[in-house]
Write a protein that binds this ligand. Sequence first.
Ligand code: IDP
Ligand code: MG
Length: 153
Amino acid sequence: MADLERTFVAVKPDGVQRGLVGEVISRFERRGLKLVGLKLLNVTPALAEKHYGEHKGKPFYEGLVSFITSGPVVAMVWEGRNAISLCRNVIGATNPASAAPGTIRGDLAVEIGRNLVHGSDGPESAVREVSIFFHDGELVQGWKRETDTWICE
Ligand code: IDP
Ligand code: MG
């Protein structure tokens, strides 16, 4: 599949605390994406800095790091045709106040600083973020899903 992509998605500490892990996973599953990596972990300050380095210096950066390190997150890798933009669409706009109904943020969140889910924003950040959170051996490569031909031609 030429446009097969992998993307990094995480349920942030607010989603874990609110018991929304299953709800979030289920939205990506139902959309037709394939799960290839999954773990629960605490994000250390060093990991947070690596992941959110592009935002260093912005006014919300310190709060963002303290939030993302405040409790466990669920880190995932989803695979599929156009998985990166597809996942961003499932997640919705950064600010839940303007996220469309039907998206995770539009249905389940209220504020930008508690927007439940992270999703890579492009091919380079996807590769970078997957490698920050997962070793190659932790990803389940090329597993055959019986519904694949019912999701993509
Ligand atoms: P994204 O998560 O939709 O890709 P980014 O602009 O990459 O959005 O910002 C990363 C995260 O930083 C957001 O998801 C949000 O949690 C937080 N953030 C971004 N802008 C603000 C802000 O203006 N105030 C508070 N938090 C923010
Ligand atoms: Mg981003």
